[in-house]
Design a protein around this ligand. Structure first.
Ligand code: AKB
Length: 312
């Protein structure tokens, strides 16, 4: 049977790039984009689009049946900073949207699922440097608790019902196509916009806060590598650690200053500092390298140059 793909959350940061790459590989008509709101014009104009509230199970089922969907990328989530402001809504959105697709697969309506997890599954008691795949996980944010619980449910649905669900613990993602929405790592995107607009930026994280980060082209490549790998190679059905670049606000500011003469940064840490302090500084992704040959391509300077060029 021909693969037909549905991307839920197509207007979001990952969806905006992922839909276009999937359409390149599978053909425009084979990839249905869906979101509550209009997506990027490139997404809207290059193939089928459906307005969908991912909480609305009957509407989701109808789209799956109508387009004969086989694979779903379920990208809808409330991110770390926003979920701290709306804990119950964050939990409900993040869990309900995952259960909808897990149950569609369990009941035989779809064959394969991608669901994003995050470095937020780790917490203050986790080793911060080169954080292992399997380690202490005591997340203390609503977002982190929802992603950690989601990972457990993914593994459970795989073991108990044979659901082919695959997942990555994304680091902070940096991209230019869609604005980020309510994450703790978003400073590393705001800095580019402010550098080009005002020549300066006030960071909401302190200068030496190291976090794992990744440029979007690497994240999309990783996602597709994982989804295209043979099922027998996928040894982890909770979620894979994924390493890219690790840097601090001070280091990215120095890289931006090399490209934008006169650029300056200052620091005014807010409630997001506490979230960042509970997350890893760098990630061990040996399992992803072993199981589906993961290797990042972008480094800090290359990413900074490319981001500035694209945003200009
Ligand atoms: C966030 O900051 O909440 C996200 C994430 C690391 O999952 N970018």
């Amino acid at each position: 049977m021909r693969e037909k793909i549905l991307v839920i959350g197509a207007a979001g940061q990952i969806g905006s790039d992922l839909v276009l790459e999937l359409r390149q590989r599978h053909g425009n008509e084979a990839v249905v984009a869906a979101d509550l709101k209009d997506a990027h014009p490139d997404v809207m104009n290059s193939g089928p689009f459906e307005f969908l509230n991912a909480m609305d199970l009957p509407a989701l089922k109808e789209i799956v049946a109508q387009h004969e969907i086989t694979t779903v990328y379920q990208l809808v989530a409330m991110l770390s900073a926003t979920a701290e402001q709306h804990p119950e809504r964050g939990w409900e959105l993040n869990m309900t949207t995952l259960f909808h697709v897990l149950n569609l697969a369990k009941d035989g309506h779809i064959k394969k699922i991608f669901w994003p997890s995050s470095i937020a599954v780790f917490g203050p008691t986790t080793p911060r440097d080169n954080t292992p795949q399997e380690t202490v996980m005591e997340p203390n944010t609503v977002y982190g608790i929802s992603k950690q619980s989601g990972e457990r449910w993914c593994e459970y649905y795989h073991q108990k019902y044979g659901v082919d669900v695959r997942s990555i613990r994304y680091p902070g993602l940096i991209s230019y196509k869609a604005a980020p929405g309510g994450g703790t790592t978003d400073y590393a995107i705001h800095i580019f916009h402010e550098a080009l607009k005002n020549g300066k930026y006030t960071s909401f994280l302190s200068e030496n806060t190291y976090l794992p980060m990744m440029y979007m082209p690497d994240a999309i490549r990783a996602t597709l590598q994982l989804m295209e790998a043979p099922a027998e190679n996928i040894n982890i059905r909770s979620s894979y650690n994924l390493g890219g670049i690790s840097f601090s606000p001070k280091e990215i500011a120095a890289a931006v200053a090399q490209e934008v003469p006169g650029f300056s940064i200052d620091y005014a840490p807010d409630f997001r500092q506490k979230i960042a302090d509970s997350w890893p500084a760098s990630i061990d992704d040996t399992a992803a390298q072993r199981d589906w040959h993961w290797q990042p391509e972008w480094d800090l300077n290359g990413m900074v140059k490319d981001m500035l060029e694209k945003l200009k």
